[in-house]
Design a protein around this ligand. Structure first.
Ligand SMILES: [Zn+2]
Length: 243
């Protein structure tokens, strides 16, 4: 029986002369391995539809815990804007690798929705760094290291928040403050927005560059310290951003 499933290809590898095995990230089944027979042949109409980042409806013979077999694909979106820009492709590569790693740890398919909502916003030309940072923050609870952005992480005080502490993992109030880096009050406010915002509802972003940088620096530090994730795609993206 053929099953229709929505998903996005997150990994591809050749198999034999003309076939390919891909990993499809889906909401219903998590990550599915698909055998795609004959799709690497020049004549195959499926050639372009089985590449990494193809987002569509996949018609498959589903086999539990085995490779399923791909029969057909209906494209939903080919992310034309992202694919025409090497920097945006680097963001997409990183977000894909990150999402797959986080998914492997928590197996929560809400990550599928978060990931796609973020990628769609990048495709709509919203600031890719801000969208990436929003996803990175939203993934933290699924890695077991969510932040405290409602009150001081050291004493629970809800007022007089003076900074963010990447070592402690959240807000720090005036009476608990020792020698942490002091971030701008706008950063304190915006990072909470990032953490709680529903991505699909974002219609415009106008955040001062200095604030974007402070938030990115905090997230980078926190990830290095607490997530145990060291992704090549992130190193590559950082190199691109430094150019
Ligand atoms: Zn405190």
């Amino acid at each position: 029986m053929i099953t229709k499933v929505e998903g996005i290809i997150v990994f591809e590898t050749p198999y034999g002369e003309t076939s390919k095995i891909v990993q499809l990230f889906t909401k219903e089944y998590g990550i599915l391995g698909l055998m795609c027979k004959g799709v690497q042949s020049m004549k195959s109409p499926m050639r372009a539809l089985t590449m990494k980042f193809t987002y569509g409806f996949f018609y498959i013979y589903y086999k539990e815990e085995k490779l399923s077999i791909l029969k057909d694909v209906d494209l939903i979106c080919d992310f034309k804007t992202i694919k025409s820009d090497i920097l945006l492709v680097s963001y997409l590569n990183y977000l894909t690798e990150l999402t797959v790693q986080v998914f492997k740890q928590c197996k929560n398919t809400i990550l599928y929705d978060l990931f796609l909502a973020g990628v769609k916003k990048i495709e709509e030309k919203m600031d890719p760094l801000v969208i990436t940072n929003i996803l990175e923050l939203k993934f933290l609870p699924y890695l077991g290291v969510g932040l405290e952005l409602d009150s001081c992480i050291l004493c629970g005080n809800k007022t007089n928040i003076v900074t963010l502490d990447a070592d402690a993992g959240g807000y720090v109030c005036k009476s608990c403050y020792t020698n942490q880096i002091v971030v701008s009050p706008k950063t304190i406010q915006m990072i909470r927005m990032y953490y709680y915002v529903e991505i699909a509802s974002i219609s415009k972003l106008s955040i001062h560059e200095a604030i974007v940088k402070e938030i990115n620096f905090f997230i980078h530090r926190y990830y290095e310290r607490y997530t145990g994730l060291y992704l090549n795609s992130k190193k590559f993206l950082q190199k691109m951003l430094d150019l």
